[in-house]
Design a protein around this ligand. Sequence first.
Ligand SMILES: Cc1ncc(COP(=O)(O)O)c(C=O)c1O
Ligand SMILES: Nc1ccccc1C(=O)C[C@H](N)C(=O)O
Length: 397
Amino acid sequence: MPTPSRETAERLDRADPLIALRERFSLPEGMVYLDGNSLGALSVGVPAAVQTAIVENWGRHLINVWTEDGWWDVPLRVGDRVGRLLGAQAGQTVVGDSTSVHLFNVLTAAARLRPDRRLLLVEEGGFPTNHYLAASVARILGLEVRRVPMPDMASTLRRLGERVAVVTAGAVDFRTGELWDVCAVTDAAHDVGTLVVWDLCHAVGALPLTLDADGVDFAVGCSYKFLSGGPGAPGFVYAARRHHGDIDQPLSGWHGHAEPFAMVPDYEPTPGIGRLRVGSPNILSMLALDAALDVFDDVEMTAVREKNVALGDFFIEAVDAHLAGCGFELVTPRRGDRRGSQVTLRHPEAEGIMRALNKQGIMGDVRPPGLLRFGFNSLYISYTDIFTVVEALRSCT
Ligand SMILES: Cc1ncc(COP(=O)(O)O)c(C=O)c1O
Ligand SMILES: Nc1ccccc1C(=O)C[C@H](N)C(=O)O
């Protein structure tokens, strides 16, 4: 590999089979947007879709939108579209509430499926909301939470065995971008009869997922990162079909009822994934997500993955070549197959460096302790963007 340069970046862009997809996103002129792992860019089809939903559907059909326009079933229809990206057959994914709400619901439901077990394992270093919610579930159900580093998760499961009700972890570490082996941890859990709840916020839309094939029990995630659903877009929840009949979720709202319009006082969950619905969803946001998902109809996730691994490789090689001695430490694994779609660098001056990048129109973010995160969305990031960032990092250290 020659030393990464602007010329190599431009050559790689010319050979990039996904480069044309950039036109499907509306990015400010001159901005290099490497924060799509926090909030995805606006997909050009979204404003018109939301405008139509407001003016044509809501504006003209009023209450009948729920039936005539099929809005009652949008959480299931869009759920299946997300499910396809999860490697899930139809009828196992629903969109509706935030990741946090879905996580609370399925952690509780999963723990209730293992009533004789008292331990809840949570990935150490996982996203804070996951810790906060696991602690709450533990208080409600009288469980004990143990924080476990991901490299030790499988061996810990083997050691603690049948004491563990549920294990929850993110497929990709939100700080370091490290990708964990979903299948191996799921197998280790199942070997001792433990259920798994995966958080796919940083994985969905970035890499091919195979939840059905991996035998995953439950998964949750958001749609505002790599799926570009928009700020506060509804998250999704997956539950393997084999669990549907037994799920007892704590937020037993009327949208999950078998006959919501019977208006009866007793809760009778609908068969199937619909029982994970709660109350009236944020439908306009859901329709924005629906429009944003169109781009995934025209692209293979293997191609998306191939490109984000290559973008990460190019970034790491350029950092090695041009930023040696500038105080950066790579905290993301070098190996492409052990990374998600982000690369993180540690630097003692991280905050100041990011402010300087922002002034040059480059967007990434900073997470404690001193971590500069750069997300690479294959649908709209080019090799030239990556080289621009590395040059800017050099100029501000
Ligand atoms: C891994 C992970 N889990 C959960 C969340 C929280 O999701 P929400 O705010 O949609 O509930 C985020 C990001 O905010 C995240 O990165
Ligand atoms: N939803 C947000 C709203 C405001 C600012 C950031 C977020 C994030 O999503 C943070 C992200 N989950 C992270 O990986 O840090």
